[in-house]
Design a protein. Structure first.
Length: 149
């Protein structure tokens, strides 16, 4: 974890970059074990696919999709949505294809990752938003946390 991330964690409303252990622990509190296992598999796949990629902060790239997934887990989204959040940059930023995602994780996750399937947000009176937009919001919240003041 970078020095900046560590300092950010001490600010009011600041967010530390969550690790996979923190995410899995959160998911185990509300998802069935097989859904948690699928998220763990998505993490292992994405971590390998993003190996060697770094964020501007110098942190491994995988911290970004895990952080996005963590924000979505705070909203208690389902396992397919959380796995898709972890995989959301794999097709765009690595050699993986949507077809490969479908073969490994199923058509539903491949369609979410590919932007072909919409996700219903239970908090917004059943308004439908695409996952890409939701992930942009989640990523923004991670990269620019709200500081109470």
């Amino acid at each position: 974890m970078s020095y900046a991330s560590t300092l950010l964690g001490f600010l009011p409303g600041g967010r530390r970059a969550p690790g996979i252990a923190q995410l899995i622990s959160k998911l185990e509190s509300y998802l069935p074990p097989d859904h948690v296992d699928r998220v763990r598999e998505a993490y292992e796949y994405a971590e390998a696919a993003h190996k060697g990629q770094k964020r501007r902060s110098g942190e491994p790239y995988i911290t970004h999709p895990v952080a996005v997934a963590d924000v979505l887990a705070d909203l208690r989204m389902d396992g397919a949505t959380i796995a898709s959040a972890i995989l959301h940059d794999v097709v765009e930023d690595t050699g993986a294809s949507t077809q490969e995602i479908a073969e490994r994780f199923g058509q539903e996750i491949a369609e979410i990752v590919g932007g072909e399937r919409l996700v219903v947000l239970p908090l917004l009176d059943s308004d439908v938003h695409d996952l890409a937009g939701l992930m942009v919001i989640a990523a923004h919240l991670f990269d620019h946390p709200v500081v109470d003041g």
